[in-house]
Design a protein around this ligand. Structure first.
Ligand code: LHQ
Length: 260
C-alpha cells in the first residue's frame, strides 16, 4: 500500500503512522483522513501498538485543511465530510484492537487536537500545545471533541477550552488530565518510543479488553460495568499470557508475553 499523505513504518511490533504534509502543518484533507483510517486499521492487524505522530517539530496536525476544496465548506459538504470521512477515521483509532498512542510532536489544532485525543494514550512534547480553534472560525468542536473533552478534563475546563479557543500547553493538558503526559522536548522521541515498545511487548489481547472496558464505562452504570468486567476478565483468564504472567510471578522473573 502506497500512502501520499503519511508514512507507515512497522518495526518490532510497533506501527508508526506519521502525518506528512509539513508545509500545511499536517492539515487533514480527504485523502489523509482515508489514509489514516486505512493505516490505523492495518496497524491493528499487523502490529501490537499503533503510534500516530506528525512529521517535523512544528505541528502534529492543524485540523481541517482550510485551503483545500475537497474537505468542503458549506453545510451539506461539512456534514458529509464529518460523517463519511472524520467518523470512520476516529472509529478506526478508538476501535483499534491494539493500544493506540498519539505522540504529539507540535501544535494540535481543531480536528487535529481531537484526533490526538481519540488515541488511548496521548504523550506530548512540551513544545506542543492544543487548540480548540473551532470557535475562532465560528464552528463547534468536532472530530469527537464534544465527547472527549468533558470526559477527560471535566465540563468546566472543556467549556472554557471550546468557548475561548485559547492555547492549552502540553503541561497544562497534563495537569488537567486531558492527556497522559507532557515530556521535555529533548526526551520526547526516546520517551514515546520506549512507551510504545513497552506496550508492544505486553499482553496485547488484554490491552484490547482494557480499552473496551474503560471506554464502555463512559456509557454504563455500575451494574453493567461489573458484569462487563466479569465477562472480559473471564476471557483474559483464558489467555496464554495470563498463564505466563502468573508463572513468571511465581518464578520471580519478567513475563514474556506473546500477545495471545
Ligand atoms: C494551514 C492550516 C490549516 C491549511 C496552518 N489549513 N493551512 C471539519 C469539517 C469541515 C469543515 C471545517 O472544519 C472541520 C474541522 C476543523 O478542524 S476546523 C479547524 C481547522 N483548523 C484551524 O482552524 C487551525 C488553523 N490554523 C491555525 O490556527 C494556526 O495555523 C496554528 C495555530 C495551527 C499554527 O499557528 P502558527 O504557528 O502561527 O502558524 P501559521 O498560522 O503561520 O501557519 C503556518 C502555515 O501553515 C501557513 O501557511 P503559509 O503558506 O502562510 O506559511 C498556514 O496557512 C498553514 N496552515 N493551519 N488548517
Amino acid at each position: 500500500m502506497h500512502y501520499e499523505t503519511l508514512t507507515y513504518d512497522l518495526a518490532d511490533g510497533v506501527a508508526t503512522v506519521t502525518l506528512n504534509r509539513p508545509e500545511k502543518m499536517n492539515a487533514l484533507n480527504s485523502q489523509m483522513r482515508a489514509e489514516i483510517a486505512q493505516a490505523v486499521g492495518r496497524g491493528g492487524e499487523e502490529a501490537r501498538v499503533v503510534v500516530l505522530t506528525g512529521s517535523g517539530d512544528r505541528a502534529f496536525c492543524s485540523g481541517q485543511d482550510l485551503g483545500d476544496g475537497t474537505g468542503g465548506l458549506g453545510a451539506e459538504n461539512t456534514e458529509r465530510t464529518l460523517r463519511d470521512e472524520y467518523a470512520p477515521m476516529l472509529r478506526a483509532i478508538v476501535n483499534c484492537p491494539v493500544p493506540t498512542i498519539c505522540a504529539v510532536n507540535g501544535v494540535a489544532a481543531g480536528a487535529g487536537a481531537n484526533l490526538a485525543l481519540a488515541a488511548d494514550v496521548v504523550i506530548a512534547a512540551e513544545r506542543a500545545y492544543f487548540l480548540q480553534a473551532f470557535a475562532r472560525i465560528a464552528l463547534i468542536p468536532d472530530a469527537g471533541g464534544t465527547y472527549t473533552l468533558p470526559r477527560t478534563m471535566g465540563m468546566s475546563k472543556a467549556m472554557g477550552a471550546a468557548l475561548f479557543a485559547d492555547r492549552i500547553s502540553a503541561k497544562q493538558a497534563d495537569d488537567w488530565g486531558m492527556i497522559w503526559q507532557a515530556v521535555p522536548d529533548a526526551d520526547f522521541d526516546s520517551h514515546w518510543k520506549a512507551r510504545a515498545a513497552h506496550l508492544a511487548n505486553g499482553p496485547t489481547k488484554t490491552y484490547g479488553a482494557i480499552k473496551r472496558v474503560l471506554r464502555a464505562s463512559w456509557a454504563n452504570d455500575l451494574e453493567e460495568q461489573l458484569e462487563l468486567e466479569a465477562s472480559e476478565q473471564g476471557q483474559c483468564a483464558e489467555s496464554r499470557d495470563f498463564v505466563e504472567g502468573v508463572v513468571a510471578f511465581t518464578e520471580k522473573r519478567k513475563a514474556n508475553f506473546e500477545g495471545r
